[in-house]
Design a protein around this ligand. Structure first.
Ligand code: FES
Length: 105
């Protein structure tokens, strides 16, 4: 379990993860905010559906993939939280934009 250092201060921002409100500090990455909030898995694997969570926190492992504001394959550890951001777990391997029949791209 991860916790914030007690001396961490900053402007609070709020965003949604799976429809639930999460509080973060300005400057947090999405991954850090989710770990601090105890949100658990950020994605599931394409083959077995196993849960995965952020690991390297520096853009190397890709375990932190999420959907942000409707855009899949975003690395949560490299993206700063913003007020009102909508984040969802990435389930499996989403196709490229325009691949799905109902995708308007
Ligand atoms: S946690 Fe490894 S790429 Fe984001």
């Amino acid at each position: 379990m991860l916790r914030r250092l007690p001396e961490q201060k900053g402007r609070r921002v709020r965003f949604l993860f799976e429809g639930e409100q999460v509080h973060a500090l300005e400057g947090d990455s999405v991954a850090a905010a989710l770990l601090a909030a105890g949100a658990g898995a950020t994605r599931t694997t394409p083959k077995s559906g196993s849960p995965r969570a952020p690991y390297c926190m520096m853009g190397v492992c890709f375990e932190c993939l999420v959907e942000i504001d409707g855009v899949p394959n975003r690395q949560a550890c490299l993206i700063e939280v913003r007020d009102g951001m909508r984040v969802r777990r990435q389930r499996g391997a989403p196709g490229l934009p325009g691949e799905a029949e109902d995708d308007p791209v």
